[in-house]
Design a protein around this ligand. Structure first.
Ligand SMILES: CC(C)(COP(=O)(O)OP(=O)(O)OC[C@H]1O[C@@H](n2cnc3c(N)ncnc32)[C@H](O)[C@@H]1OP(=O)(O)O)[C@@H](O)C(=O)NCCC(=O)NCCS
Length: 181
């Protein structure tokens, strides 16, 4: 059956369902994320993080969204570290729940968020970093118009270890590959 995937802005009401989704996907996400404390997996922990992100949003420093499939929460996608001035840049991060993966949900979400960032928010550049062996995420980025710009040694502390990452960027005026779905 065709899935309808979409992104919408993160809201305070997402704290409890997000905590449930994080708990259900804890083992699946662990190899790709920083170490999380127990509070992160609770509704209160998510509420605190959402409050931070919404504050950053009002300051123009973050654009946080959730991903929904067929009306149900299915992941997160967030642009953080937004800088203006001569940079006009943001950092893109995302994940899709294990039971929704492999169906182009991330591809559609990244495409929608990039469009929003380059049109509504007038960014000039988005950057994203993947673990060197995260081929699925690299496929998503390549398919949505991102270009590999290099490899950064020990770039992020993931699952308790400083790990090399591949760095990608997309500029507002980059030519886009034609959509395949
Ligand atoms: C990476 C992730 C976001 C991809 O989400 P998704 O909705 O499955 O992505 P899509 O279906 O849009 O695209 C994934 C593509 O990678 C491909 N892929 C998956 N595993 C692959 C592998 N080992 N080697 C090569 N390609 C692979 C898929 O086949 C798919 O391409 P296709 O549609 O042509 O078949 C999701 O797996 C996830 O959340 N992983 C854990 C967290 C994470 O890695 N976040 C990103 C951090 S940079």
């Amino acid at each position: 059956m065709t899935q309808v995937a979409l992104v919408r802005p993160l809201s305070a009401a997402d704290s409890a369902p997000l905590a449930t989704l994080y708990r259900a996907n804890r083992d699946y996400l662990a190899p790709f994320e920083p170490l999380r404390d127990a509070a992160f997996l609770t509704a209160d922990g998510q509420a605190a993080r959402i409050t931070e992100l919404l504050t950053e949003h009002t300051q123009g420093r973050a654009y946080p969204y959730v991903i929904e499939v067929d009306g149900r929460l299915a992941g997160r996608i967030t642009v953080t570290n937004v800088a203006r001035g001569p940079y006009c840049n943001g950092s893109l991060g995302y994940w899709v729940a294990a039971d929704r993966a492999g169906r182009r949900v991330a591809t559609r979400a990244v495409r929608a968020v990039a469009d929003d960032c380059f049109t509504t928010h007038q960014l000039h550049r988005l950057e994203a970093a993947t673990l060197v062996d995260n081929l699925a995420s690299q496929a998503v980025l390549r398919r949505t118009g991102f270009t590999l710009i290099g490899r950064a040694a020990r770039y992020l502390r993931i699952a308790g270890q400083w790990r090399d990452h591949l760095l990608f960027q997309r500029l507002a005026d980059d030519p886009l590959p034609s959509p395949v779905d």
